[in-house]
Design a protein around this ligand. Structure first.
Ligand code: FES
Ligand SMILES: [Fe+2]
Length: 371
């Protein structure tokens, strides 16, 4: 591995005033992407809201960097997580992103081996396979703030031990209902997508409509000292929320009372970006596909008792805003891909970007030391 760019990462971990942005190699090389893969596979990754996986047999699958992870609600209502790969000869047991196992078992489509929802193969003689006692390989699963998370490898810390932004705990996130889920690909490295989320300096030029409701001048960043980063943006007088109409239109509050004049962003490193608005919750799952390509799953959750008629007001606003971010990140990727690109220092308003980059650089240096 070329160690030179890894050495240059040390300047990203320096104090803010002296630090340099991530080197070009972090956004374009396979070597960096291999490290990205390790980061994502040993991190807590968002799966779905608890309301979507409430019943026995309900399952979700997350495809992350070549692995397919399955999270399933058992008959005892406990969640189980497995690599979706038959213990006989490796065939995935499920298809699609979500579904329901009516018979409360996983049946391999190849030779018919069946597993209970704890991942144990049963009735091996029924299929004449001498594979009794085999089990599906387990993954890690956790629930917090009304969301379900999975990890392919044991994460460094339990999700419950991470110091989280308090607004995630005090909001009504358990009472959410999915209003919209869209997926799109961004022709940019996943870290550019996250960096974009970590600052609001670009609002005036990229999102003029957003700037009018939550101006950059009224924003600030928070570092919770672990895997959570955060940001706050005050709503302007006269705006009830961030939407096409800037009005609640009968939508119920989701944020706690003290958070209803401030939009609260939270990032769980590496791939969950969230925004708690007074009356809804945005979730972005950022999934690297290759060094220059990222899948984003963008979701809008509202309070379960909010009227459906009021949702278009959110969709129009965020479809446009997401498209603006996608376009500017793709443009930036073209610039940082140039062999002549060299990173500069951080501006004073880029403390949130630096906090994220520092987590990346620290992980890269730690992982590279073990190779
Ligand atoms: S691969 Fe699953 S039963 Fe053979
Ligand atoms: Fe943006």
């Amino acid at each position: 591995m070329d160690r030179d760019w890894l050495e240059r990462l040390r300047s990203t971990t320096a104090e803010h005033a002296d630090a340099r942005q991530l080197p070009r190699e972090a956004f374009v090389t396979q070597a960096a992407f291999d490290l990205d893969r390790s980061i994502h596979l040993s991190a807590w990754l968002p799966v779905c809201h608890v309301s979507e996986i409430a019943f026995p047999g309900a399952f979700f699958a997350v495809e992350v960097l070549g692995e397919r992870l399955l999270v399933v609600r058992g008959a005892d209502l406990e969640l189980g997580a497995f690599f979706d790969r038959c213990a006989h000869r490796g065939t995935p047991l499920t298809e699609g992103e979500q579904g329901r196992l009516e018979r409360l078992e996983l049946v391999c489509p190849y030779h018919g081996l069946a597993y209970d929802l704890r991942g144990r193969a049963r009735e091996p003689h029924a299929t004449r396979l001498a594979v009794g006692g085999r089990t599906l390989e387990r993954a890690w699963v956790a629930e917090r703030f009304g969301f379900v998370f999975v990890a392919a490898r044991e994460p460094a810390r339990s999700l419950h031990d991470e110091v989280a932004p308090p607004w995630l705990e005090r909001g009504s996130l358990h009472a959410l209902r999915l209003a919209r889920r869209v997926r799109y690909e961004v022709l940019a490295n996943w870290k550019l997508c996250v960096e974009n989320f970590q600052e609001s300096h670009h609002f005036a030029s990229v999102h003029p409509r957003l700037e009018r409701l939550t101006p950059f001048s009224r924003s600030s960043s928070h570092d919770f000292g672990g895997r959570f980063l955060g940001g706050s943006m005050e709503l302007v007088d006269g705006a009830e929320t961030v939407s096409e109409s800037a009005s609640l239109l009968g939508r119920r509050f989701v944020a706690a009372e003290q958070d209803r004049r401030t939009v609260r962003d939270a990032h769980l490193f590496p791939g969950w970006l969230t925004s708690l608005q007074p009356d809804y919750f945005l979730s972005y799952r950022v999934q690297p596909l290759d060094p220059g390509r990222t899948r984003v799953v963008a979701e809008i959750f509202v309070h379960a008792e909010s009227p459906r008629a009021a949702e278009e007001d959110l969709f129009v606003f965020w479809d446009r805003t997401n498209a603006e971010d996608r376009s500017i990140c793709e443009r930036q990727q073209r610039g940082v891909s140039a062999a002549s690109y060299g990173p500069g220092p951080y501006g004073p308003s880029e403390d949130g970007v630096h906090a994220f980059d520092r987590l990346v650089a620290t992980e890269y240096l730690r992982l590279a030391a073990t190779v």
